[in-house]
Design a protein around this ligand. Structure first.
Ligand code: MN
Length: 498
């Protein structure tokens, strides 16, 4: 289901005609070489396309407008090889609407001590020209990414690659459509929000459908389709009966297969990419969608529990940003559930009633059928497993009434010390940075939710850059967080984001 467009990024080099034709020939040759090598590096997830050197006001304006119009263009990378008087860039930048990166690089890595003369200096003066260009972008208040270093440096290439994924998130955000088949859980505050403002800020379309419309679609799924999918489940997952009758167990699993197929048909037909459910409003559905939602998330759909459309859209967004990543470790909806407060072993056990994406799983995945203490439906089937270890990022988008805030927490995922044989849900376990006490205190001061959109494959920098491009507040909780400075940051942001 998750398929991104064949996006490309344009590489635009700035210069001027003051230094003669030979210099301009070299500039073009150098930038072509950089583009060629970046594409050959194998580090970038998307292709870079070379564009002719920009030396006039008219050409700059024309190129930026062509970038706007080209659906395949996800952003422009700019670099001033020589000096490019920045007033020439004003009109083009004013009209440009896509992600912008300023690659502050230089063709040569080292000063050629023996041969350097004034011609060389004039030709290779990005230290000079990029400052002139950077000045005008800052003066115009345009959000952009600045990446500094030699273009052949692996670290620089990795930063470009990482930014490209942010740019895809910026481009694709306005294509996210969330289907709500239930309203938000009654009386819950943090999952609520202004859907009109979310469309204005992020481009998200968030629509509601009566739950029984989708339930009808589930009812219409044929027995043949259900049997085939159940067979796939039984091939792929461990069946953990725990004393239940095998036939009765299979019937419960089949209900989730019907939900998976019916839901996906409904989503595809109506072109939605994320979905929310609510255990208290299931209409004619026989079970809370558990295994079905877990599988849909694995296919790339966003999800939020209890009507949480903000988290559903964020999960979808983060899945898009990680699209096609080699050795991806997974992206999921999560919920902070229970603490381990033992000194030295502090952490938060993450789970949900059922719905955690199996992309984060490590080791075997099993199916269990167990009662659900909430709601009034039959025992739902669900996938159970534990999650991978390592660094990850947990995000929470909240609506403060006058604005959105994205809270971004670096977390360290760990294995729990012992198995939890009686817990019938998929779990993760993490310690927030800088430690549980400070991380949780900062999270609570910032108003972060219990629901998060979580990924092993994205960084705080990427999520913060996405938020900046959306024009919203972002706060980071990481190894450098102290409560005193964090409280000040929140206080100052009240003014900055008014
Ligand atoms: Mn929940």
């Amino acid at each position: 289901m998750l398929r991104n467009k064949e996006y490309k990024f344009w590489f635009c080099t700035g210069s001027q005609d003051l230094y003669g034709d030979e210099c301009l020939r070299n500039v073009a040759e150098h930038s072509q070489k950089i583009v060629e090598e970046l594409n050959k590096s194998g580090v970038l997830p998307y292709e870079v396309v070379w564009k002719p050197t920009l030396i006039t006001n008219a050409l700059i304006r024309k190129t930026f407008n062509e970038a706007n119009a080209d659906e395949a263009c996800a952003g422009v990378i700019t670099w001033m090889h020589t000096f490019s008087p920045a007033k020439s860039w004003i009109l083009g930048l004013q009209e440009y609407r896509k992600p912008l990166m300023h690659l502050h690089t230089q063709f040569n890595e080292e000063i050629p001590y023996d041969s350097i003369d004034m011609d060389f200096m004039n030709e290779n003066q990005s230290a000079h020209g990029d400052r002139e260009y950077g000045h005008i972008v800052s003066r115009m208040g345009i959000e952009r990414k600045v990446i500094v270093g030699h273009w052949a440096d692996k670290n620089v290439q990795e930063r470009i690659a990482s930014w490209m994924r942010t740019a895809i998130g910026i481009m694709e955000s306005s294509h996210i459509r969330v289907m709500r088949i239930a309203d938000n859980m009654r009386n819950v505050a943090v999952t609520e929000g202004d859907k009109v403002e979310a469309q204005i800020k992020f481009g998200w379309e968030i629509d509601a459908y009566p739950v029984n419309e989708i339930a009808e679609c589930v009812n219409d799924v044929s027995k043949g389709e259900i049997d085939a999918l159940v067979e796939e489940y039984y091939d792929k997952y461990d069946i953990i009966l725990e004393g239940r009758d095998p036939e009765e167990f299979k019937k419960h699993v089949a209900v989730q297969a019907g939900i998976e197929i019916g839901f996906e048909k409904f989503l595809v037909e109506k072109d939605y990419h994320a979905i929310v459910t609510h255990f208290g409003d299931l209409g004619a559905l026989k079970q809370l969608p558990g295994l079905a939602i877990q599988r849909l998330m694995e296919k790339g759909y966003g999800f939020g529990g209890e009507g949480d459309w903000k988290t559903a859209a964020m999960v979808r967004l983060m899945k898009i940003m990680t699209y096609g990543m080699k050795e991806a470790k997974g992206t999921s909806f999560m919920e902070d559930y229970t603490y381990n407060l033992v000194p030295g072993k502090e952490g938060i056990l993450q789970a949900h009633m059922l719905e955690v994406c199996p992309s984060v799983a490590e080791g075997p995945i099993g199916i269990k059928v167990c009662p659900l203490s909430m709601g009034n439906r039959e025992d739902p089937a669900r996938l159970v497993y534990t999650s991978k270890t390592g660094p990850a990022v947990a995000t929470s988008l909240i609506d403060l009434g006058n604005r959105f805030r994205l809270i971004i927490n670096d977390v360290e995922c760990k294995k729990v010390e012992k198995p939890m044989p009686k817990l019938p849900v998929a779990t993760a376990f993490w310690t927030p940075q800088p430690n549980l006490a400070t991380g949780a205190e900062a999270w609570i001061l910032a108003g972060g939710a219990h629901h998060t959109a979580f990924s092993y494959d994205l960084t705080a920098e990427q999520m913060g850059d996405w938020a900046a491009a959306m024009g919203i507040e972002a706060v980071y909780i990481d190894k450098d967080t102290t409560i005193r400075s964090f409280k000040n940051e929140l206080r100052w942001n009240e003014i900055a984001f008014r």
